[in-house]
Design a protein around this ligand. Structure first.
Ligand code: SF4
Length: 303
């Protein structure tokens, strides 16, 4: 069978974002420094990537999903690491009360959102958090913003809130990795409300936004898009959603094993983008595999 010549355009940057790199480095450092009798835990998988979590497990790092899994200890030697998404302050207080040392790997971009939530609370505003109500980052931010806080859920069709449940002065912030259009839609819906004052802080992460822009640019030009990253990664899912707005052939894969030969039939230009928790090595492997299945006449270019 003769294949069409395939051109692959990779949207840069790929590999880990700064927040993920920092968190992994912190976990490795703690694991290497841990002495006998010291356990190192992460609250939730440190990133949405099973290979990295498995590598850290080899270093002795244990993943817990809930602090109920921690037994009270007396020595304060064992460590719990908070991942990039952050968590509510009361969770950190509970971990400390159980006798553990807390190492905070919350991404600085997420910390910024938490700080704005605290500021709104102090100044008497109702905080509106635009994001996915089930995402750990949003739950953590709510921990800083409540009791005067509401979630404007991006998964709800109307993306509006009952004005009667909100005070006259509102402060709007967003989950770091949501697409800008979602944030804008929420701002528009509040701007027509009868509020005395609205304050807005654009808290979206520049690194995630940059990947979204590049994704859209490539998706507009190619026949098919491959989005690489875990299905549990919010920013990877957003990349796939953005690509789908202008491309009818979008496939999300976690690694090269999920590529299928029939996706490329009659397609000549393939775009590749990756989420911020996808290792560079996984991107290389996927691109290599695309080239392999397009032989003998494949070519490869960076975009
Ligand atoms: S995507 Fe942005 S906010 Fe999320 S961990 Fe990376 S740098 Fe931080």
């Amino acid at each position: 069978m003769r294949h069409n010549k395939i051109k692959v355009t990779v949207g840069k940057p790929t590999g880990f974002c700064s927040g993920v790199k920092r968190a992994i480095a912190l976990v490795k450092q703690q694991a290497q420094q841990a002495k006998n009798g010291t356990s190192v835990y992460t609250l939730g998988p440190i990133i949405h990537n099973s290979e990295v979590v498995a590598e850290l497990k080899q270093l002795g790092v244990k993943t817990i999903t809930n602090i109920k899994e921690l037994k009270p200890i007396a020595n304060s030697k064992s460590i719990v690491i908070i991942r990039t998404h952050g968590c509510a302050p009361e969770v950190i207080a509970k971990i400390k009360k159980l006798g553990y040392k807390v190492i905070d790997a919350t991404c600085p971009y997420v910390r910024r959102v938490q700080n704005y939530a605290l500021k709104f609370k102090k100044d008497g505003y109702t905080t509106i958090v635009v994001g996915d109500k089930n995402h750990p980052e949003v739950k953590g931010i709510m921990g800083y913003a409540k009791p005067l806080a509401k979630i404007c859920d991006i998964n709800s069709k109307s993306q509006t809130l009952n004005p009667k449940s909100i005070s006259n002065r509102i402060g709007i912030i967003g989950q770091t990795t949501i697409p800008f259009e979602y944030f804008q839609k929420a701002i528009n819906s509040f701007s027509v409300g009868d509020y005395q004052e609205i304050r807005i802080f654009n808290t979206l992460c520049k690194e995630a936004l940059n990947r979204q822009k590049i994704c859209k640019k490539i998706a507009d030009k190619v026949d098919s898009m491959i989005v690489i990253g875990s299905r549990t990664s919010a920013n990877t899912r957003h990349l796939a959603d953005i690509a789908k707005t202008s491309n009818a052939h979008v496939h999300q894969v976690q690694d090269k094993s999920e590529l299928r030969l029939d996706w490329r039939s009659n397609l000549q230009r393939i775009g590749v983008v990756a989420g911020t928790s996808t290792p560079q090595s996984t991107v290389f492997e996927v691109v290599k595999q695309i080239k392999k299945i397009s032989r003998p006449r494949g070519s490869y270019a960076h975009g």
